[in-house]
Design a protein around this ligand. Structure first.
Ligand code: PLP
Length: 462
């Protein structure tokens, strides 16, 4: 198994290289050259297995023998032992035939832990094998930074530097990053906004000379291993509800499209999925594209579901590659047009996408209404991201007799602001985190100047 670029020009890579590489050199994203298949019997045999064992079986073909089975099993087992629920990602039935898949029992209370707990361990494994060290740099407005820090804090061969905009992330999100006191974790509060932080990270990837040859690694969702790890919970939850003997549908609160693309991969591997519903907040490029063939950028809107605030959905490119029959040239041309001006998908690929995908966009007022309504009916407190999914699933599902699984992407305590706005007194942190607001913090405040930030990174990496 090798990995190829969605733009068709970059060299094909092994699994190891694709984990250590971010974007392809032609500007595309890596995808597997063939999609491995799970037969009816493979799926049936997963009934009753632990999450870690299902994860091992689903991901093994992607790893392609580049890590021996026993070692890979160990990495997977360790990654999911950090979750506080025995089932790792439990299903919670809300209504007749509507389930929540709780993806928020990891160390930072959002679904990004599922991928980043494994990615940190995979990176460390390959770096140790090569006798190399690497530096991770990332900019965050919240969820990704803390999940990446938790995923890397125990990695001997990695140093991680996460930039966040000073005084512009919530206290819970900041403390989830800055209270990790490991020697290889560096939090930088930038005197500027998220875009300033992001621009400095991008510039550092573009010219890495300040690191004198040390590898710089990206952990954003363009990394294939993150998608791979997310395929697992689609398979595990569907099997728990009766796959392969019956179909299920999924609804996914979406932004960069990494999560729902993983679900699409699960279906291409043979999981019987009736429908994917894409939920967006007011940043609705995915909904506009699917519903109205309006593939265009609009200005960023700050919403109550901030982890879904995006202008461009980077992983949508991976789905376009499939919809365009894996024609890298066509994908390149479409995305070049998209960068320059509002555009549209060709008829045939759009029609193919509409067979499997539906979408729905949910504004802030509706998020608050859904949080209240869901609590009234079910006593469950939804986080604002999950609330978009809950509403979208009800509005866009085509078949009420197929079980609908809505992905609960964050714990409500992580986004208490929206929950309080909806009229609730607040949400306590789960017991293992209830001292978060008293923990010691460590971070450095730096000006939004590239040379100062790069000097800081170069001096402190080990
Ligand atoms: C990152 C995130 C999302 C969006 O996921 P994508 O993979 O970018 O589509 C949704 N909800 C929460 C809570 C997140 O942290």
């Amino acid at each position: 198994m090798r990995y190829i670029s969605t733009r068709g020009q970059a060299p094909a890579l092994s699994f190891e290289d694709v984990v250590l590489t971010g974007m392809a050199s032609d500007g595309g994203l890596y995808v597997p050259e063939q999609i491995p298949q799970l037969s009816h019997d493979d799926l049936a045999a997963m009934a009753g297995l632990s999450y870690a064992e299902i994860a091992f079986r689903v991901m093994k073909p992607f790893v392609n023998g580049e890590i021996d089975d026993e070692t890979f099993r160990g990495l997977v087992h360790d990654a999911y032992a950090t979750f506080s629920h025995e089932a790792v990602v439990p299903l919670n039935q809300l209504d007749a035939n509507h389930f929540l898949l709780e993806l928020f029992h990891g160390p930072t209370l959002a679904f990004k832990d599922v991928a980043l707990q494994l990615l940190g361990r995979l990176l460390d494994h390959f770096l140790k094998k090569r006798g190399e060290r690497a530096v991770i740099m990332g900019a965050t407005s919240g969820d990704t930074g803390s999940a990446a820090i938790e995923g890397c804090r125990h990695c001997d061969n990695l140093d991680i530097f996460i930039l966040h905009p000073h005084n512009r992330v919530s206290e819970v999100q900041r403390r989830q990053m800055t209270s990790v006191l490991a020697d290889n974790v560096f939090n930088i509060a930038i005197e500027g906004n998220f875009d300033d932080a992001q621009a400095m990270v991008k510039a550092s990837f573009a010219d890495q000379s300040f690191l004198n040859g040390t590898r710089l690694v990206a952990v954003n969702s363009i990394n294939w291993a993150r998608i791979m790890a997310q395929i697992v919970y689609y398979v595990a939850s569907a099997v728990a509800l009766g796959a392969p003997h019956r179909q299920v549908s999924f609804c996914v609160p979406s932004a960069n499209f990494g999560n729902v693309f993983a679900g699409y991969m699960a279906s291409r591997m043979g999981l019987p999925v009736k429908q994917f519903v894409i939920a967006t907040n007011a940043n609705d490029i995915l909904h506009r594209t699917l519903a109205a063939n309006d593939f265009s950028k609009q200005e960023l809107k700050a919403t109550l579901a901030p982890s879904m605030d995006i202008v461009v959905s980077s992983n949508f490119e991976r789905l376009l590659f499939e919809a365009y029959g894996r024609d890298g040239q066509a994908v390149s041309e479409l995305l070049e047009r998209f960068q320059a001006e509002p555009t549209a998908l060709a008829e045939a690929p759009l029609a193919a996408l509409r067979e499997l995908f539906a979408s729905h966009s949910v504004d802030d007022a509706t998020i608050l209404e859904v949080i209240r309504e869901a609590h009234h009916r079910t006593k469950e407190l939804l986080d604002p991201h999950t609330a978009t999914g809950y509403r979208a699933a009800e509005r866009a599902r085509t078949d009420a007799s197929t079980p609908m699984i809505t992905l609960a992407t964050a714990h409500p305590a992580k986004f208490a602001e929206a929950v309080v706005k909806a009229g609730f007194p607040g949400v306590p942190l789960p017991p293992h985190m209830d001292d978060l607001l008293e923990r010691e913090e460590r971070f450095s405040v730096l000006p939004a100047e590239l040379d100062k930030v790069q000097q800081y990174v170069a001096d402190r990496r080990r």
